[in-house]
Every structure is written in C-alpha cells, then in structure tokens.
Design a protein around this ligand. Sequence first.
Ligand code: ADP
Ligand code: IPE
Length: 273
Amino acid sequence: MLNTTNETIELPILVKLGGSVITEKDKEFVAREETIRRLADEIASSQKPVIVVHGAGSFGHGVAAKYELSYGTREPHQFRMFSFLRTQMDELRLLVSRALFDVGLRPFPIQPSAIFITMNGEVFQFDDHALLHALRLGYTPVLHGDAVLDYAQGSSILSGDTIIQLLAKFLGLEKVIFVSDVEGIYDKDPKLHSDAELLRNLKLPDVMRLIKSDSVGGSTYKDVTRGMKGKLESILPILDAHCEVAIINGNRDGALYNVLIGADEHGTFISPR
Ligand code: ADP
Ligand code: IPE
C-alpha cells in the first residue's frame, strides 16, 4: 500500500514503454500506433494500477544528439531546438495518453519538464504534488523521458529510465517493468550477435557484474541515454530500494499483460536479493 499523507492506496506498478517499441527508432517522428494501442489494451486488461513512463525513441534521440541538448543550450539554434524537442515529446505523450483513454483507463498526462529541473544533468528539483494527488484520485499518471531545464547548463535530457528509478524509490514501489524491443538482457547484444543467450533470472550482484563487463551495450539506434547499459545503471538503485524488475519484449503479444498479472513467462526477471 502507498501511504500518501493520510490515505493508503494499492501500490501501482511502474511500466516503462521503451522508445524502441513505441516508435520506429530508425524513422524520425514515426510512432508505432498499433503497438501503442495493443500495449494500452494489455495494461487495461490486467486491471492493475500502473504509472506509465514512456521513452522518446525517434521523437527525441535524433534531435537531442544532433543539437547536443544533453550538454546544455548556449547557441540560439539550440534554444529553438530545445523547444522543438519539447513539443515533439508532447505529441508522443498525447498519442500514448489517448491510447490509454481509448481502452477505458483514466490517464493523467504529466509533462516531466514541468515537474523536474536538473543541475548539470542530475535531478535537482522534483515537484511531486500533482503526481501524488492524481494517484490518490485513481488516475494513471503518464510521464516520459524529456528535454528538461537545467539550472547550470540551460538544458539536459532526463531519460524515462531515470524517472522510473526516482519514482520507484520515492514511492517505495515493489515492481518495475521495462518494455523493450528485445526479450530481456542477454549475455551480449542480441541485435549484433545471433548466438546471444537470454539471462532469465538475475540478482543485484549479477547486475553489478554486467555493468562492469562489456556484454551489455548501448542501442543499435541513435540513443543519447545509452541503451541497455544506461537501463542497467538505472536498475541498480531500483533493486537497492527492494523493488523487483522485469525486462520484457513489447513486440511479443501478451507479454506485458502476463507480467502485470504475475505470470512471468518470457523475459529477464531481477530480484533485489
Ligand atoms: P528502450 O528504447 O526500450 O528503452 P534501448 O534502445 O535504450 O531500449 O535499449 C535496448 C537495446 O539495447 C536493444 O535494442 C539492444 O540492441 C541493446 N542491447 C545492448 N546490449 C544488450 C544486451 N546485452 N541485452 C539486451 N539488449 C542489449
Ligand atoms: C529519452 O528518454 C528522452 C529524450 C531523448 C528526449 P528515454 O531514454 O527514456 O527514451 P528511450 O526509451 O531510450 O527511447
């Protein structure tokens, strides 16, 4: 149960819809609307309370990389492209929120750059009021990786995985599901090695070992937040907060539904101890 001041509500499950699965990562600004609708339907069918955090995929990484927005805004064209990236993320959030609405849920879309401000790329301020009140009222908050304002350098890129990590700790959640375009974590990048083997069950020390090794890499697409390696680094503090983590393939029909209801069939499942 989540204690939000004086009320308790059922603990939500944090679901990260990776940019690799909700957008065409190699076609700029193209969303995979049918997949988004199917994933929304799987969330609704599970009847579990969730918080949705989605990635940027081709709506964000290309622009962020080209104009170096992770490192700040100094030149006039960077300020303009920051605004462009922000509006692109609004558009993707609208698509995800509308899909959740259309399957009968009550999405509450939140613009992350309006509640998070960073300092040198690290979260410095987090205004939690709207999120907590939305949870209390039974809404499904929808957040995402975003281009955010930064007190020191003007802008930075806050990944959905970092937001997940912060929320898991802050809300004391028990389960996080990363929905990606691969079955889980392999002993090497499955997109580059056909003999890669899926690692089905892991524990916290295994994650520490994988981060240090070369077996987990970035993404094969343009990715300013460092692909699966960045994800594993976000997972470590989640496990530290005693929260379970699952990484599943969103392109596999029913995988999200199954893991939401606790029937863990396909994927990598990481336990905190
Ligand atoms: P998402 O967009 O779902 O958040 P990312 O694109 O950031 O995911 O990371 C997933 C990508 O990481 C996969 O598409 C895969 O190519 C890459 N990757 C690199 N190393 C591994 C590994 N050892 N196991 C699984 N995926 C890996
Ligand atoms: C990236 O967020 C945010 C921007 C580039 C604006 P994520 O790191 O969560 O996105 P995906 O899931 O890798 O696409």
